[in-house]
Design a protein around this ligand. Structure first.
Ligand SMILES: [Zn+2]
Length: 220
């Protein structure tokens, strides 16, 4: 995109869709938000969660960062951007679901895996993606000898599980999950096919939830 005027005309189309054609929605949103789910997604421009899930304004509370990571619960100094968004969604908005959505071809996870080959990461990115170091270490052990490509795809999925585990280190999340008031979900989106996989804790596998576009069309 060489020209940002596309963004202004986008706002105009958005207005038409959500204000012009659905005035009740705009009226409801004016008085506050009551999203049902918090989604933690990657900052990657190809995986906008609201676009992918066809959500309307007010449906999803969202955190996006490099590699859709959740750091562990940590008190003390520092700016806790992810933690404060979690706190607001869970303790104030009372969301019922938290979804961590990873994706194929993730640059952040690619960086984490590439760093083992001596590639340099940026001033901030290296420390940040290191949250997923346990995922990388597991993959390097279990898929030793496999291609970097295969290891990276596996790490993208394992990193989702690390974030799900880290979510449980927040006492108010753990408590609500135990009480059955909050459910955690791991999703993996394939950019090339549009396929969505869902983490099944019973089988410990990512299973197809929404078939790839090609399969969906062929089977319809
Ligand atoms: Zn990514």
């Amino acid at each position: 995109m060489s020209d940002i005027s596309k963004l202004f005309s986008g706002i105009a189309r958005f207005q038409q869709l959500h204000y012009g054609e659905n005035p009740e929605l705009a009226d409801r949103l004016k008085s506050g938000q009551r999203p049902n789910a918090l989604l933690i997604g990657c900052s990657d421009s190809r995986v906008d969660p609201a676009l992918l899930t066809d959500c309307a304004p007010g449906d999803l509370f969202m955190v996006r960062n490099v590699a859709n990571l959740v750091p562990p619960y940590e008190q003390g100094l520092g700016y806790h951007g992810v933690s404060s968004a979690l706190e607001y969604a869970v303790c104030f908005l009372d969301v019922k679901h938290i979804i961590v959505m990873g994706h194929s071809g993730c640059g952040g996870i690619g960086g984490l895996m590439g760093a083992t080959q001596g590639k340099e990461l940026g001033e901030f990115i290296g420390k940040w993606v290191n949250i997923a170091a346990p995922a990388r270490d597991k993959v390097l052990k279990e898929l030793a000898g496999k291609s970097l490509e295969e290891q990276t795809r596996a790490c993208e999925k394992e990193a989702i599980l690390v974030s799900l585990q880290n979510l449980l280190t927040f006492p108010w999340i753990e408590e609500r999950v135990k009480e059955g008031e909050l459910t955690l979900h791991g999703w993996y989106y394939n950019i090339a096919s549009g396929q969505l996989k869902y983490y099944n804790a019973l089988t410990d596998k990512f299973e197809v939830q929404v078939a790839s576009y090609k399969n969906a069309v062929e089977n319809s």
